[in-house]
Design a protein around this ligand. Sequence first.
Ligand SMILES: [Zn+2]
Length: 116
Amino acid sequence: MTRPSNPARQCTAKAKSTGERCGNPVVPGATICRHHGGAAAQVQRRAGLRLMEVVDPAIATLVRVMVHSPNMSEQMRAADSLLDRAGIGRSGEAAPGMDELIVVIEERLTQMENPK
Ligand SMILES: [Zn+2]
């Protein structure tokens, strides 16, 4: 497996024999890779919570940029990023109507409230 370029995304586990740090990428939101416990249910749950803690501030920042930036291309990038993260149409796909958008948002909220 290749080492992640960002050390923060590299597993923090160390080999007992050599003391060298594991080179595997971390499970998203965790500090360890799948081989060092990242697949454990409690690790996945905490990782999910950690990620959720940053989602709201990140979305708020994107919305602020989209609404208040004086730079039109920054506004467009923020809007594109928000739609992309919501899983709503990329260029080439038909833009969803408001009714479809509401259905997608309701589905996402239901998924968040009832994780599998
Ligand atoms: Zn590891």
